[in-house]
Design a protein around this ligand. Structure first.
Ligand SMILES: [Mg+2]
Length: 171
């Protein structure tokens, strides 16, 4: 069998949505802080209101003392009001898959990359970025599929990666 050269694109683990991320799961992964994506992870694109269950989930994580920070590739005007609504510190223009934004978040939380899970819906930004950064990565299913051509193309490419990831998982 050909060598699998794709693991840098594979999440550490995949879940349906953020609300499926439990303290037990974080414990198993050795994770004690979270970097959260916004669009299609905590809510739909450009939606100012968090998705159902997200506030309760955040409260549970907070209660357990899990530091959390938003790192979004979206711009300040989008990210700031949303982050404030949830009471989360944030990095806007995060440039995932580059490490700069995640690195700022890690520093401000005082946690090393390998103790962080990067949570997001996109393979080529959140997952690739988190893996390159040396963090654990948790892939969530996008809350709503995008209809812009650029996104459709990305999702198409993601599918190829995901197929291989799923195949490897079941091996
Ligand atoms: Mg996203």
């Amino acid at each position: 069998m050909a060598e699998d050269n794709m693991p840098i694109f594979y999440p550490t683990i995949d879940v349906r949505g953020v609300c499926d991320i439990t303290l037990e799961l974080l414990g198993r992964l050795g994770v004690r802080a979270l970097i959260l994506d916004v669009d299609n992870t905590l809510t739909t694109h450009d939606n100012p209101v968090p998705s159902q269950g997200v506030r309760e989930w955040l409260a549970k994580m907070r209660q357990a003392g899990i530091p959390m920070m938003i790192v979004s590739n979206n711009h300040y005007e989008r990210v700031k009001p949303f982050a404030q609504l949830l009471g989360l510190p944030f990095v806007e223009d995060g440039r995932k898959p580059l490490s700069s934004g995640m690195s700022r978040a890690a520093q401000s939380m005082g946690v090393s990359p390998r103790e962080i899970a990067v949570v997001g819906d996109q393979i080529f930004t959140d997952i690739l970025g988190g893996n390159l950064f040396g963090a654990k990565t948790i892939l969530v299913q996008p809350i709503e599929l995008e209809d812009k051509p650029f996104f459709k193309c990305k999702r198409f490419l993601e599918k190829g990666v995901l197929r291989r990831y799923q195949r490897r998982k079941t091996r």
